[in-house]
Design a protein around this ligand. Sequence first.
Ligand code: CTP
Ligand code: MG
Length: 227
Amino acid sequence: PRVGIIVVAAGSGTRLGAGAPKGFVGIDGHTILRHALARVFAASAAQVVVVAPSRREGDALSEALEAAQDRRDLVTVVAGGETRQASVAAGLAALWGDVEVVLIHDAARALTPPEVFERVRDAVDSGADGAIPVLPVVDTIKRVAGEDIVGVVDRSELAAAQTPQGFRRDVLDAAYLRATRDFTDDAALVADAGHRVVAVPGHPLAFKITTPADLDRARGLVAEAPL
Ligand code: CTP
Ligand code: MG
C-alpha cells in the first residue's frame, strides 16, 4: 500500500494506573488498542504497524488480526522503546518499501473517527510535508511566573494537537535520522528539520485517554455506539 499507519501502543499507562499497559485496558468488552484499530482499519487500506510493549507483541497481534478482519495481510507488529519517539522509530523501521505517506497515531486516542485519518492523508496527498489534526483552545490561557499572571496569550494563535499526524515518508525518515533530542510530538520533530506542517480540523472524539476520568468518558461514549 501507498499509506502506512503506525499505531503506537508501547506506553505503560502510568497516569491511567489500571495495572496493565494502557492499550490492553478494556473500554467495554474490547480494549483501547482494539477500538483504536477498528477505526484505523475502517479508514482506507494501509499497512498497519502496531508498536507494542515488549513481551506483549503476541497479544497485540491477536488484537490487530481481529480488528483487521479480511485484511490480515496488512498487519505488522513490532516492539516499542523507552520513549514514544523511540516507539515511532521502531514502527518506521517496519514500514514496507512501497509506503509513501505515513500516519502516526496514538492507540490511546481510541475513539478517533476514520474521517480524521482521511483528512490528514488528503492534506499530505495535496502537497504538504506534514499535516496534523488540531482543535481550537477553548480556555482562556494566561502566561504565569510563579503565582503572578504576567501576560495574556491570544487564543486565536493557539491550537491543541491530536493524532493521527501524517507525513511524507521521505521527510519523516530524514527527520527521524537527524533528530538528536526528544520532541513533544512528531510534528515538532519534522518542523525542526525545516519542513512545513499544516493543520487540518481535528475531532472531539480524538481525545487521548490519559486519566481514569478519560476512560470513564470513553466508556460512556462506547456504550452509546459499540463496535
Ligand atoms: N507510547 C509508546 N511508547 C512509549 C510511550 C508512549 O508507544 N515509550 C504511546 C502510548 O502507548 C500512547 C501514546 O504513545 O498510545 C501516547 O502516550 P501516553 O498517552 O503518554 O501513554 P503512556 O505513556 O502509556 O501513558 P503515561 O504517560 O501515563 O504512562
Ligand atoms: Mg506517556
